[in-house]
Write a protein that binds this ligand. Structure first.
Ligand code: FES
Length: 92
């Protein structure tokens, strides 16, 4: 199972391959903040410190929300992430 590492505090959790970052965080009470959980508020924006290629590409809707809330290249919405391999993330 892929590992999600939270750079902010060094903690990590496991997620099934192809699983939801949001669900894994909710199940494990992980240290990442969410708001709407449906890809519209931008609260969950994150960047990768490792494993950026180990997630599914963003949808058009995710890209639209990202365009509104940040201009940081490679930023993603945590609530929309599908995890395919090990990643390390930190909030933006
Ligand atoms: S929690 Fe609102 S966009 Fe992810």
């Amino acid at each position: 199972m892929p590992t999600i590492t939270f750079v902010r505090d060094g903690s990590s959790i496991q997620v099934p391959a192809g699983g939801s970052f949001l669900k894994a965080c909710q199940d494990e009470d992980a240290p990442h903040d969410f708001g709407c959980t449906v890809g519209s508020c931008g609260t969950c924006v994150l960047v990768f410190t490792a494993g950026a290629d180990n997630v599914a590409p963003p949808s058009k809707d995710e890209m639209e929300t990202l365009d509104m809330c940040t201009d940081v290249k490679g930023a993603r919405l945590g609530c929309q992430l599908v995890v395919k391999g090990d990643i390390a993330v930190k909030p933006l």
